[in-house]
Design a protein. Sequence first.
Length: 257
Amino acid sequence: MLFELFTGAIFIGGTIALMLASYFLMRWITGSEADIHEKDLASSVIFRISALHGLILALVFAQEMFSYQQLRLQTATEANAIADIYFDAGRYGGGHNVAIQKELNDYIGVVVDKEWKSLGETNRLSPEAWAQWDAAYNAVLDLVPTNPREQSLRSHMLDRIYLISDSRTKRESTVADSMNAIFWFAALSGVFFIALAYYSYPPRSRNILLISMFGAYTGIILFLIYAFSNPYIQPAELGPGPLLRLQQQIAAQPPAS
């Protein structure tokens, strides 16, 4: 919580400071007070830049929120697919279930304990988790059905394990394809130019307060965009909840020998 508050304060304070510094810089450059025609032109410029700036922030914010929600969905999808394979392996029986269930259990452990954190740091999936997935895949491939029931279970497990692979790739794309420095340049330059256009208003306490309020709200939006851009780390970390719950369920019901 302290980290989130500190990071948010940096964004809000930094945006307010940028706006006030830009405002006073333009006041210093122009020197004298603006006449009525300058104020009309400045108001027109502020309106147009603010509209474009707000549109950019809204689109990017919506995109990051969508990616954040998609990660929730993909994590739940992956956990459901693992659960399907795990319990179908138990239904298959014949001693073949032990290897499949063990590999899946180990896979969950690697994802929860190692891969989730490394995704936030490197933006890449763990080779170790891929190796565990491959081991589980091979264990399913090695099954030799002897009746229609086993044939159906094997087909379903293969379908589910392909779904795990697909979900993994989508989890990686959440951070690997996130926004770059171009967005931050556009966002901060918008704040800068809007603040410059306020120069026609005298630096009275109420005017400074209103400019600071606009800067503070813009800083909050920028902070939220930054937070949602990498859901694997603070300040808006999204934990592997569905996988953790499945791990607990498996621990409470160990695989049959």
